[in-house]
Design a protein around this ligand. Structure first.
Ligand code: KG4
Ligand code: ZN
Length: 344
């Protein structure tokens, strides 16, 4: 018998992601529309514009993905959407489309935690990690180390006390006059920088805790920017130092988390996980110690519909969906609270 087909809808921030996932078969098709060009004019995401664009893009993208997978409406068994955390208005677009379509088709819908999507995204790859593992979640809004025992069993080991790693990339990039989103732009500029030219702080590096702090880094970058004549080379050198500092802290804490838990597998997820240097550094450090690092495919590192369809497919298979169709969104939602979201 063929496995159930889940439609996934991601609309928590500035990308509309749609995907179809079939249990036992895998990803059937996926598509993404990114709003980066639209928001870059403003130097960051404008929530109202984001919501309106999701409204425009979602249905055509759903049609496109269904056509690509050759799947008809009557073949969809359930719909998963990002319920939070994220921008309230943007989340409401995905939630309302999912629930109205679910109502029309008389199939269950399920709200998915965006970070659970990121966390499980490496399981879409082959080879996939096996439970239990340590996850390093590094996105624009979050920086967390988690012990993952199984689906829905997430123990927080450490997190940022101020800025997220992605935010540190974005804010430093802005100080260097780079556009939004800053992470990839800063990484690119850093390629022509001299490593070691500037030394930036690595807060909490040697503390025993697995918590992070990145706000001091931004201040240090600001000081460098003010003190120097910003030639292209100086900007590249500062970018290089910034990236080094962020990666150093992430790699150090990820290693410490494996040592503390006694686990050997590390899963890296979230937008910053697309960073080439971070990947190289983590793989080198951790494989040297007999561990293994797993990454999602590059296209599933940043926001996407595939991770939501996948997490939804697993949860729908456990009958955690509903045909109630009343919905709410959770712009602020702690991953540790999700146990209560899915009563067994
Ligand atoms: O997971 P994501 O797409 O969205 C959130 O849920 O936040 O992560 C976006 C973050 C942004 O801060 C962006 O600058 C960062 O990921 N990012 C990168 C790279 N690609 C994306 N940071 C460093 N290097 C990259 N290559
Ligand atoms: Zn994300």
């Amino acid at each position: 018998m063929k496995g159930q087909i889940t439609l996934g809808i991601e609309s928590s921030c500035d990308e509309t992601g749609i995907a179809l996932y079939q249990l036992g078969r895998g990803l059937l098709a996926h598509a993404l529309h990114t709003q980066v060009a639209m928001h870059s004019e403003y130097g960051g995401v404008v929530p109202e514009l984001a919501s309106r664009d999701h409204v425009r893009r979602a249905v055509p993208l759903i049609r496109q993905v269904m056509k690509q997978a050759n799947v008809g409406l009557d073949q969809i068994d359930g719909i998963a959407y990002t319920q939070g955390p994220g921008l309230g208005g943007a989340l409401l677009v995905g939630a309302s489309i999912a629930n109205s379509l679910g109502f029309a088709l008389d199939i269950p819908t399920i709200g998915i935690h965006h970070l659970e999507g990121h966390l499980l995204s490496p399981l879409l790859s082959d080879p996939a990690p096996e439970f239990p593992f340590v996850a390093l979640l590094v996105s624009g809004g979050h920086t967390q180390l988690m012990r993952v025992e199984g689906i829905g069993q997430y123990e927080l080991l450490g997190e940022t006390v101020d800025d997220a790693a992605g935010e540190a990339f974005d804010k430093s990039a802005k100080l260097l006059g780079l556009g939004y989103p800053g992470g990839p732009a800063l990484a690119k500029l850093a390629q022509s920088g001299n490593p070691g030219k500037y030394k930036l702080p690595r807060p909490m590096l040697h503390s025993n805790s697995l918590d992070f702090s990145f706000s001091g880094l931004k201040t240090a970058v600001l000081t460098l920017v003010r003190q120097n004549d910003l030639s292209e080379q100086v900007r590249a050198d500062i970018a290089c130092a910034t990236q080094e500092a962020i990666i150093d802290v992430l790699a150090h804490k990820a290693r410490a988390a494996l040592a503390q838990t006694g686990l050997t597998q590390l899963v890296v997820a979230g937008g910053v996980g697309a960073n080439r240097l971070l990947r190289d550094r983590l793989t080198r450090d951790i494989e040297k110690r007999g561990g293994r690092v797993f990454y999602p495919e590059l296209e599933f590192c940043t926001d996407n519909g595939a991770m939501i369809a996948y997490a939804g497919a697993l949860r729908l298979a456990e009958n955690q969906g509903s045909k109630d169709y009343r919905f709410d969104v959770r712009p602020r939602w702690n991953l540790q609270e999700i146990e209560s979201r899915y009563p067994r």
